[in-house]
Design a protein around this ligand. Structure first.
Ligand code: FUB
Length: 305
């Protein structure tokens, strides 16, 4: 009797989701992860990239994309954009900060904050690069008119179930949002302030669960570093009802996260300093995000290997 199965007689198994071993990106320093699940069933992380040896945020000058189908084995899909590719950008380059991505009608849109002038903190814009692929061939096509300026960083693009897309931007205590036009590269009307947040710092992320909109963000908590908080609303542009802290400080100079559902579970992507021990040499991590029966987010347990 043989227990060897005939080739071709077994259906391929579903890929098993394994407990992440944080930090999940170990090959380079990465931060500000924006995670998305695209039509190919893989999960992609669009992240910023810290410069080693540590030099703060000014030398951050390129983006890499990572993908996985099990949350543990992450492929570095390579560099997708650098400040050298941005014609309208600050002449000295650098300052390629927390990005996001969206997909519509066969095109991937990559949104990134970048200053257009040497006097960087006054001149932030939301750059846009597009591609037919999620992980390569991105070309810069300019920036969104009518958004940006003083400390306005960290674009987040949220695609609602009805096909409407919204963009959020914020820093220095201000958070604004606007509906995008069908073209995904211009806004329908003036950005409006997101009301009801408590101690907003930067790093907006929006998701929707059971019909409720969630806005997550790092606060201004000092000492050991920002914590992540969230607020909820019945509308993508608020007003928001502040809820609670759901991620404690990770020991980095800043915090920044994204939330995504993958294969029936919810996850929080964030960064810590577990590899470098240095607050501005960050590494992307992921942990499960859980909710109570009223939709409140439970405190995230930060795991390591
Ligand atoms: O990584 C550069 C900046 O630090 C990001 O844009 C902020 O969200 C903070 O994480």
């Amino acid at each position: 009797v043989s227990d060897v199965t005939e080739p071709g007689t077994v259906e391929p198994e579903e890929v098993e989701i394994i407990q992440p071993n944080n930090p999940i990106i170990k090959s380079m320093y990465t931060a500000d992860p924006s995670a998305h699940v695209w039509d190919d069933g893989r999960i992609y992380i669009y992240a910023s990239h810290d410069t080693d040896p540590a030099r703060g945020c000014d030398l951050m000058d390129r983006y890499h994309v990572f993908s996985s189908d099990n949350m543990v084995d992450w492929i570095d899909e390579g560099e997708i954009l650098s400040s050298d590719d941005v014609e309208w950008g600050r002449p000295e380059g650098g300052f390629m900060w927390a990005p996001d991505a969206a997909y519509k009608d066969g095109t991937y849109y990559f949104y990134y904050p970048h200053p257009s002038e040497s006097k960087w903190n006054d001149s932030w814009k939301v750059g846009i690069a597009t591609s037919k692929f999620p992980d390569k061939d991105f070309t810069d096509i300019g920036y969104i008119e009518g958004m940006g300026g003083d400390a306005m960083i960290d674009p987040c693009v949220f695609m609602d179930d009805d096909g409407k897309a919204y963009i959020y931007l914020g820093g220095g205590g201000k958070c604004v949002g606007a509906e995008l036009n069908e073209d995904m590269i211009s806004i329908k009307s003036e950005p409006v302030p997101m009301e009801g947040l408590d101690d907003f710092h930067e790093g907006t992320w929006i998701f929707k669960r059971n019909g409720l909109y969630y806005l997550t963000y790092p606060d201004n908590h000092g000492g050991n570093g920002n914590r992540m908080k969230y607020a909820t609303s019945d509308s993508p542009l608020g007003p928001w009802e502040y809820q609670d802290v759901f991620l404690d400080s990770t020991g980095c100079d800043t915090s920044h996260g994204s939330v995504v559902e993958y294969k029936g579970e919810w996850y929080l992507f964030y960064h810590n300093k577990a590899i470098s021990g240095t607050g501005n040499l960050r590494s992307v991590c992921v942990d499960k995000l859980e909710f109570d029966e009223d939709g409140k987010i439970l405190m995230v347990e930060q795991t390591l290997d």
